[in-house]
Design a protein around this ligand. Structure first.
Ligand SMILES: Nc1ncnc2c1ncn2[C@@H]1O[C@H](COP(=O)(O)OP(=O)(O)OP(=O)(O)O)[C@@H](O)[C@H]1O
Ligand SMILES: [Mg+2]
Length: 255
């Protein structure tokens, strides 16, 4: 990584959250979140269970609504509904812990579908994009199989290819490797590393501290619905400033 976050952030942010608040009933799950993410920046989001990491991710492609504040992607406020919302979802790719592939469609069809339906891309072109992307994530040979015939790591790489097929401006990853057997974690992290190296803007919720150290420009530490600490990975891991972060790191770095 040649650029640091400060350099990347000189330009207008690609994603901007300003004064974002969200409640689930009495629970104030996102509290005054201010966050700007630059084009090409890789932000790793960590923090204890229930701190609001998934909720924060999900607000960025409007899988969750917010109560107050604003969210912009590429200078435009998130659309509320309809075609504009579908377009936004294409621009903001999301990869979940569970791979969420369509089980009754082949791997190839999974990567073709949204391109044709949402992107209005011709089928032949969509298929050629799909094959290229499947090749890129290392599952080109699996194109005609069904998801259940693939390993978890392969399925997750298909899910990444499917999001990439929409040519997203930013990719959100919510614990993409935590449902995988240990020997499959690295093959998925490798794909994510290569995406980062190609300049993809990424928000990644993960407990993989090796990935955070090697691929992130910035680490955000969340607790109780707030971003309580943010720093470069080196600074964060060697010298966390808050007791919450110190306590969290001592727990996860123990095993
Ligand atoms: N749909 C919902 N309705 C009510 N409460 C919810 C809902 N989704 C999440 N919550 C609550 O909001 C809080 C934040 O949840 P969130 O899933 O964002 O946390 P997280 O940081 O991603 O945790 P984890 O590390 O366990 O995935 C939790 O207390 C959770 O129980
Ligand atoms: Mg979560």
């Amino acid at each position: 990584m040649t650029e640091n976050s400060a350099e990347l952030r000189d330009a207008a942010p690609l994603v901007a959250l300003r004064g974002v608040n969200k409640h689930y009933g009495a629970l104030h799950v996102l509290q005054d979140i201010d966050l700007e993410i630059a084009q090409g920046e890789v932000v790793v989001l960590i923090g204890p269970s229930g701190s609001g990491k998934s909720t924060l991710c999900r607000t960025i492609n409007r899988l969750e609504t917010i109560d107050s504040g604003s969210i912009e992607v590429d200078g435009k406020p998130l659309p509320a509904e309809g075609r504009e919302l579908a377009k936004l979802r294409a621009q903001v790719g999301m990869v979940f812990q569970s791979f969420n592939l369509f089980s009754h469609k082949t791997v190839l069809e999974n990567v073709v579908l949204a391109q044709v339906k949402v992107g209005k891309v011709a089928k032949a072109e969509a298929e050629s994009t799909a094959r290229e992307l499947l090749e890129r994530v290392g599952v080109g040979a699996q194109a005609d199989k069904y998801p259940s015939q693939l390993s978890g790591g392969q399925q997750q790489r298909v899910a990444i290819a499917r999001a990439l097929a929409m040519n997203p401006k930013v990719m959100l990853f919510d614990e993409p490797t935590s449902a995988l057997d240990p020997e499959m974690v690295n093959e998925v992290l490798e794909v994510m590393r290569s995406l980062a190296a190609r300049g993809m803007t990424m928000v990644v919720v993960t407990h993989e501290m090796g990935f955070a150290r090697s691929a992130a420009n910035r680490v955000l530490f969340m607790a109780d619905g707030r971003i309580v600490e943010e720093n470069t990975p080196d600074a964060f891991f060697t010298a966390p400033r808050t007791d919450r972060a110190k306590d969290f790191l001592s727990k996860i770095l123990q095993h």
